[in-house]
Design a protein around this ligand. Structure first.
Ligand SMILES: Cc1cc2nc3c(=O)[nH]c(=O)nc-3n(C[C@H](O)[C@H](O)[C@H](O)COP(=O)(O)O)c2cc1C
Length: 100
């Protein structure tokens, strides 16, 4: 059992990181392996509805951001946990890309 934990905050070592690290520690106690991946603070491309990913599941036509790398990690994980700071009452914009 492996959990992929995505830190959607633009701040690598901020509050979201602290909360997710605690979750990872608790999972470890339960014998569940996890990996925390930070999405970084560079732009994440939005979907342009080109449908490329329909023929090639998990692969985005844009390959200049973190999405394809994270998508591959999702495919080899059993569980997904997404952490995000609250910006104006909702998850931050780039973090939203990973909430599905
Ligand atoms: C632009 C912006 C908007 C925010 N909006 C909210 C909000 O609506 N509600 C709230 O409780 N906190 C809000 N916050 C505070 C952050 O959610 C909070 O500081 C969070 O812990 C930051 O996470 P981080 O340290 O991982 O970046 C906002 C912060 C920023 C920068």
């Amino acid at each position: 059992m492996k959990a992929l934990i995505i830190n959607g905050s633009p701040r690598q070592k901020g509050n979201t990181s602290i909360a997710l690290t605690e979750i990872a520690k608790q999972l470890e106690k339960l014998g569940i392996e996890s990996e925390i991946v930070w999405i970084g603070n560079k732009p994440v491309r939005g979907c342009i509805a080109c449908n490329t990913c329909k023929d090639n599941p998990g692969a985005c036509v844009f390959d200049d951001d973190v999405c394809n790398g994270i998508s591959a990690k999702m495919n080899s994980s059993d569980a997904l946990i997404v952490g995000s700071p609250v910006y104006w009452g909702q998850p931050n914009g780039d973090g939203m890309h990973f909430i599905r």
